[in-house]
Design a protein around this ligand. Sequence first.
Ligand code: SAM
Length: 291
Amino acid sequence: MKLYAPSTIQQIRERHNFELSKSLGQNFITDKSIIEKIVAGAGIGADDLVIEIGPGIGVLTAETAEAAAKVVAIEIDKKLIPILSETLREYDNIRVINQDILKTDLNEIIDAERAAGSFCGGVKIIGNLPYYITTPIIMRILEKGVAADSITIMMQKEVADRIKAGPGGKTYGAISVAVQYYCTVEQVVSVPKEVFIPRPKVDSAVLKLGVREEHPVELIDERAFFACIKAGFGQRRKTLLNSLTGVNGLSRDGIKSVLAKTGIDSVRRAETLSIGEFAAIANEVTIYSRR
Ligand code: SAM
């Protein structure tokens, strides 16, 4: 069955009386080459476990099942579960879970699949994410320390641009620094809005986030690092001296002293700082607040 074909999607919708939900971000891919590029870009090996977020009618799930040892697909919409049973019936290496990804313990799933012997390789996360929860999903996976090697996901192009941005531009922000702290970032493919049913308002891009074994900077206290990022970008037009005042309870004089220690000019703005500079400031903030 050509699950990506618009006619197939239409037949499935009619047969199952299935209405696409805008609020669940249900825009289905209709281009086989994009699906192949996602699977190839994710670097899935024959011994791997793949966790797919939001399988929809199973278009990416089926292609992934051809490449992986096991696929666990997590879909929130219970109306899609009987559809997935039908569209994926020829595969014996797919498990569909009807659950909200934001309430799912992925490490529990990984441990259970490993214990059951369903894979002996790595763990890859893939998905074509609903735009409204892209950032929470990515940050939850990274902050929870999910034991995955990579996360290859389609998202709104603007979000992809922000995640991969470096210092100096308007697109560089808290999400760029946070994701790049945990991951290497590589764009797999850009995806025009025309390849979806229904057509969204914006274009998309697929990023591969390679989960780092070691962070690129050494931190005394990770919380201070994220507090600096949040404060710095929370008031991104302000100078560092102004935006960072109050971080970890530090006064303006405290921040002045921290910045002097790092040699970073206090009139600079957060959007000009590299991850290394954020780390240097955070470490001095930690040292200062422990005095
Ligand atoms: N993978 C399919 C494709 O590419 O054609 C569907 C992608 S569609 C953009 C997003 C899918 O994620 C939908 O099937 C939607 O129901 C599901 N979804 C939305 N929110 C979710 C959540 N919190 N947890 C799990 N799945 C979710």
